[in-house]
Write a new protein. Structure first.
Length: 320
């Protein structure tokens, strides 16, 4: 392949965090949707401790993309080699290498090298794609740098929790309720309006107005939802969040439970520390913020779970 058909780049960023912390963020790809804004969901398909296969979804300019990714992790050298392929352009891979170099106990240099083949692109798109591909590595470096530099506070900023209910009804009806988010304004009291775009089956862009926030004020959120009916799962990532929340991802899932099904709402949240006192009042800290978010989101999630169960059970009773 000629060099004219390959776009190569190398970019670096100085990071005010230990090299081990930075490498750990790169290695733990499953947590990227919570830590890195552009990532929606990551599924680990296979991992032997060194090599792994991932399925990754991200969003750019309101377009959700999916990739097959192969990675080789070397914690001693602090490198992560990768090859990723856009599922919309099979046979046109991007290869690259993340390298983390220690500059001291609390500083490091992060480098991203990559090559992208242009063979599958129309000539008219090549120039635009080169510009985009130069911008994307810089954006990725900035995202990793931003979260890594919070390393001393990260455990306090992150929280994960789940709520669940048992439903004596068919899983298919519960899943259908959760999938049809556009119908929630008529079904879920705290949802005032909902708009859904689903250009690709199973990939939803949802804009929802809710009054579930404490104080009853209306909150508008925009999110990506990836729907997996065969696995009875819907994963989601908010693109716009409330002032107190820096990132919010989660999953609705259904698992067999006796003669019925257990419906689970799992959430992962990263708090926006600088907004805590602004939202909760002077003197408030992360302990209060964690309790506030857990109560607020837990209440809204549990209400939706119970209504999904009621919907399924009511449908069964009507058929009897």
């Amino acid at each position: 392949m000629s060099s004219q058909r390959v776009h190569a780049s190398e970019q670096t960023a100085w990071v005010a965090a230990p090299a081990g912390v930075v490498y750990g963020l790169l290695a733990d790809a499953v947590r990227w949707p919570l830590l890195l804004p552009s990532h929606v969901h990551v599924e680990r398909m296979d991992f032997d401790g060194v090599r792994e296969r991932l399925r990754l979804w991200d969003v750019r300019d309101e377009r959700v993309r999916s990739f097959h990714v192969r990675r080789v992790l070397d914690p001693r050298a602090r490198t992560v080699g990768f090859e990723q392929e856009d599922t919309a352009r099979p046979g046109v891979p991007t290869t690259g290498l993340w390298t983390v170099e220690a500059l001291g106990e609390t500083e490091s240099l992060l480098t991203l090298r990559q090559e992208r083949t242009l063979e599958g692109l129309p000539a008219a798109e090549t120039g635009r794609s080169r510009q985009e591909w130069q911008a994307e590595p810089a954006e990725q470096l900035a995202q990793v740098k931003q979260v890594a530099e919070r390393w001393e506070r990260l455990d306090q900023l992150l929280l994960s929790f789940e709520d669940s209910v048992h439903v004596d009804g068919p899983a298919e009806l519960v899943y259908d309720f959760l999938y049809r988010i556009g119908d929630w304004p008529e079904r879920v009291p705290h949802v005032e309006s909902a708009g859904v775009i689903e250009d690709v089956p199973g990939v939803q862009l949802a804009t929802v107005d809710t009054c579930a926030a404490p104080g009853g004020r209306t909150l508008t959120t925009r999110s990506v939802r990836l729907c997996f009916p065969s696995a009875a799962r819907i994963v989601h990532k908010e693109l716009t969040t409330s002032r107190l929340i820096a990132a919010h991802s989660g999953e609705w899932s259904l698992v067999p439970d006796g003669g019925g099904v257990r419906v689970v709402c799992a959430r992962q949240v990263m708090l926006r520390e600088e907004a805590v006192e602004e939202v909760l009042g002077a003197g408030s800290g992360l302990v209060e913020a964690r309790r506030y978010v857990r109560t607020w989101l837990g209440r809204a999630g549990t209400e939706t779970l119970r209504l999904a169960g009621w919907h399924a059970q009511s449908a069964v009773r009507r058929l009897r």
